[in-house]
Design a protein around this ligand. Structure first.
Ligand code: C2E
Ligand code: CA
Ligand code: CA
Length: 742
């Protein structure tokens, strides 16, 4: 069956963002830092690799240069030692070694740049500077034009004296050879190395990117990539400074969207630097690995945590949904229950415009249906009825099942509410279950909510009270809470507010109505009845007893009246030695707890009253109340020696079998049978009732005899006593005394 509580606000499981969101945010923050951490590690690795490669390149270059220097030293050494005395001798001696050292040629020049080369060229005016004429160590030049061609060369130079003449030895290396070293493939040629001098001037560009000579690397980068970003400029500047200060370093920089890793390393010669640069794309492996790891780990952890959150959240919601269902959903009809109605209908109605109503629907004689069709079928009736009512009502009406066969409705309706009531009635009279057409009779109480109403319980009460007005009244099925009921309610509230005080103020008085013998009209007993003088005004029991039964104040009042009666009995015994049997009304509200009898015993004993002079009147209606174990109670009452009378006999539908079981002493035939009796016939109900009572072997009292005719009639029956206005109205204690003196 589908769940019907569509106005109950937990239709769908919804992720509770209140706390899942912060957790997800935290996860993202953690992921971010995790990402950064892994990035740092990856970058560190890349830095290390590139630094390693760069260092290798620098070392190789250094070694190669040192070899050449050593060669030049050796040549100059042999000259200085006088092993060679002419240029030709020198060239001859070392001609073989030129190719071993990858030297293009040797040359010997004077200060003016004039001289000869080892391969036979005559040199004139080759630009030489003072640096070349170094007698102490080998000077290595930056790239310059070859003596004999346009090729770029680097020249090792050392000065010496040949035959007293100042000369310089040149050993030229093709710059391409060094380029070869720098090219030692960085990342399959994707990376490359620049050789720069201390100012940043590019000496060798293994990328072949820089076409012109004498270009400054820093300016070249800034120019080529339009670097304007401060951070990047700082990175470049840092490198510049570091190189100037002969430090080494590694960095990464993103230029025009591509990231580059770079390391600069001192070659150890002329403060030259190699700077190796590898684009990130060349590191695809490392970076991909990094990204894959980050993504996998990140996604996995996030997924796990988010799933845990969602799981916890949903299971919490499920739990609270379950609890909610237990607390607020009626399991039979799947409508809201009484709790739900009381908790939510008020705030719901407040949100609506127009005339608002609370309606109580009570299915009449549902108990009879229960015994006719059985429990399960009747549950089916309730749920079908509930479902149909909900369908028939205007949209977003709250329909709840309050208890057993009672439903409550809260709605706003601006047309005549009678239409709604009729709809309910019509729905009830055409319920179809398993092809059985049921005609349910309902009693509907309607309360129109006032602006001043705040308490849902009070509003419900008023709808209930309205409903009570029709139960049993043939033909009418609804009642609208009106002014009369409002007045009654106010009266009741008034009574409730003053009842406790009334006992203290002795506002409750006992009156006695004597019971006369049908044989000799002597007084054989009396019934005690309560009167309330509220602010000096007499209020009769029918105006407050039902209310006191409802609010249980009757438990207190009955005790109070019983004590007054015991007092009077003790007094009558002492003063008149009278042993009159007095009956006291005991509300069936006491019967929920059989221990109430001990209280009666205690009071009777306190006044030393003979318990057999006390008759406890219980109403016949108590015999049909399923919640009361009347047999047990009556037996207990009897066991203490009290007498028992069954009041209002004939109105309570008790079964004969039940009566036979109960050890009743007196039966009081209700006034209505006297009223209804045709005094000239012996075919009256009262005749049969007397017969029954006699069969049960009890005494019989006939109540409510008002006229001589009635009295005479009763006397023709086999009754024991008459109680009625004809003989005496209820009278106060002093007046009773006249019946006690014989
Ligand atoms: P009840 O127990 O049936 O009491 C008899 C009622 O019938 C009394 O009404 C009595 O005054 C009235 N009555 C007696 N003879 C006649 C008559 O000839 N004509 C008419 N019209 N009425 C007659 P009362 O005193 O107003 O009490 C009404 C009901 O209130 C009682 O009905 C009883 O059920 C209840 N009641 C009264 N006092 C007490 C009490 O102390 N405790 C409890 N629990 N209920 C009480
Ligand atoms: Ca009575
Ligand atoms: Ca009675």
């Amino acid at each position: 069956m589908k769940e019907k509580y569509n106005y109950i606000n937990l239709k769908k499981y919804k992720l509770n963002l209140k706390w899942t969101l912060p957790i997800i945010i935290i996860i993202f923050i953690l992921s971010f830092f995790g990402f950064k951490y892994i990035k740092t590690i990856t970058y560190k690795n890349i830095y290390k690799t590139i630094a390693e490669l760069s260092k290798q390149t620098a070392t190789q270059l250094n070694l190669s240069i040192q070899e050449h220097e050593k060669f030049v030293e050796t040549v100059v050494d042999s000259i200085n030692k006088g092993y060679c005395t002419t240029e030709y001798e020198i060239f001859d001696n070392f001609a073989n070694e030129l190719s071993d050292y990858h030297l293009t040629r040797l040359a010997i020049l004077d200060r003016n740049g004039n001289g000869i080369t080892s391969d036979g060229y005559k040199v004139t005016d080759y630009p030489v500077t003072d640096e070349f004429f170094n007698f102490d160590e080998v000077y290595l030049s930056e790239n310059r034009k070859s003596i004999i061609s346009n090729d770029q060369v680097n020249i090792y130079a050392k000065a010496f004296y040949l035959n007293g003449q100042e000369r310089v030895l040149f050993a030229a290396v093709d710059t391409k050879d060094y380029k070869e070293i720098l090219l030692r493939r960085l990342y399959n040629g994707l990376g490359g190395t620049y050789l720069i001098n201390n100012d940043g001037t590019i000496l060798i560009d293994s990328f072949n990117a820089v076409q012109k000579t004498n270009i400054n690397l820093y300016d070249y980068i800034v120019d080529k990539y339009d670097v304007t970003d401060d951070k990047k400029l700082i990175t470049i500047n840092d490198m510049k400074e570091n190189i100037k200060n002969k430090n080494i370093g590694t960095f990464d920089i993103t230029l025009k969207g591509d990231t580059y890793f770079a390391h600069y390393e001192n070659v150890g010669i002329n403060d030259w630097y190699v700077i190796s640069i590898v684009p990130a794309s060349a590191m695809a492996n490392e970076l991909n690995q990094f990204i894959t790891i980050t993504l996998c780990v990140g996604i996995f952890i996030n997924l796990v945590i988010v799933s845990i959150c969602v799981y916890i959240d949903l299971s919490n919601q499920m739990k609270s949904r379950k609890l909610y269902k237990i607390a607020y959903v009626d399991s039979v009809t799947l409508l809201g229950n009484e709790n739900y109605f009381k908790e939510y209908s008020k705030q719901y109605l407040d949100s609506l415009e127009g005339n608002k109503y609370i309606i109580i629907i009570d299915i009449n004689k549902f108990k009879a249906l229960n015994s006719l069709y059985g429990y399960e079928f009747c549950n089916n009736i309730l749920s079908t009825f509930g479902e149909k009512i909900e369908q028939e009502m205007p949209k977003s009406t709250i329909v709840c099942r309050m208890y057993s066969d009672v439903f409550a409705i809260a709605l706003a309706y601006d047309k005549n509410i009678k239409q709604i009531v009729e709809k309910i009635h019509n729905t009830a009279t055409s319920i179809n279950i398993d092809n059985i057409m049921l005609h349910l009779n309902v009693s509907i109480g309607v309360y129109k909510i006032k602006k001043s109403d705040t308490d849902i319980n009070k509003m419900l009460d008023k709808a209930y009270i309205a409903r009570q007005q029709i139960k049993g009244t043939y033909g009418s099925y609804y009642y609208m809470f009106d002014k009369n009921l409002e007045d009654l309610l106010i009266k009741e509230e008034n009574i409730e507010a003053s009842m406790e005080k009334a006992i203290k103020n002795k506002e409750f008085k006992v009156v006695y109505q004597p019971k006369f013998s049908t044989k000799n009209e002597k007084v054989l007993g009396a019934e005690s009845l309560v009167r309330w003088y509220k602010d000096g005004k007499l209020i009769m029991p029918n105006d407050f007893i039902p209310l006191f039964e409802k609010n249980k104040f009757i438990l207190k009042l009955d005790m109070y009246i019983f004590e007054q009666v015991c007092k009077d009995l003790a007094y009558w015994k002492e003063k008149f030695n009278a042993n009159l049997r007095v009956s006291v009304n005991v509300s069936k509200e006491h019967f929920v707890n059989e221990n109430f009898i001990e209280k009666y015993v205690k009071i009777a004993d306190m006044y030393k009253v003979d318990r057999k002079n006390i008759e406890l009147e219980i109403t016949e209606s108590a015999t049909i109340d399923k919640n009361i174990d009347l047999l047990k109670i009556v037996n207990k009452i009897k066991s203490y020696g009290f007498s028992i009378s069954l009041d209002d006999f004939g109105t309570g539908y008790s079964s004969l079998a039940m009566l036979q079981e109960l050890p009743i002493d007196v039966i009081k035939i209700d006034k209505i049978f006297v009223d209804k009796a045709d005094l000239n016939s012996d075919q009256n109900m009262i005749n049969y009732m007397v017969l029954i009572a006699k069969k049960l072997g009890t005494e019989i009292v006939v109540e409510g005899v008002e006229t001589k005719e009635q009295a005479d009639f009763i006397k023709t029956l086999d009754c024991d006593m008459i109680q009625g206005y004809y003989y005496s109205k209820p009278i106060e204690e002093p007046e009773m005394e006249k019946y006690l003196t014989f």
